[in-house]
Design a protein around this ligand. Structure first.
Ligand SMILES: [Zn+2]
Length: 109
């Protein structure tokens, strides 16, 4: 793996690209990552993807909870949907907080 020194884009291959696909910086701006850096990126990608998938699911569940609240069949149903909405928000925000922590530790690419 190689990292663009201008924008941080990660390029996977035996050689860096002629130009950065994201910012257009020339080949000499790329530096080869160490084995440890490469491993950290590969390992973190999987977990970060899981967090993002969970955030996406929570958005869908939030929509369902809102529909249930609006439906307003009876108080126990509304209470359940309101609780679901709250739990979705907590899980979603917790995932985003964890992703933020990963970014700050360089565990994001
Ligand atoms: Zn770049």
């Amino acid at each position: 793996m190689f990292r663009c020194g201008v924008c941080g884009y990660i390029w996977e291959g035996d050689e860096p690209p002629e130009r950065c696909p994201k910012c257009g910086a020339p080949k000499d701006q790329f530096t080869k990552l160490t084995e440890d850096e490469t491993k950290l990126i590969e390992r973190s990608r999987y977990t970060n993807d899981l967090h993002m998938k969970l955030v996406g699911l929570m958005e869908k569940a939030l929509d369902i909870a809102e529909m249930g609240i609006e439906d307003d069949l009876d108080p126990p149903c509304v209470a359940l949907f309101k609780n679901a909405r709250k739990q979705c928000e907590i899980i979603s925000m917790s995932c985003k907080t964890e992703i933020r922590a990963h970014v700050m530790k360089g565990k994001w690419q």
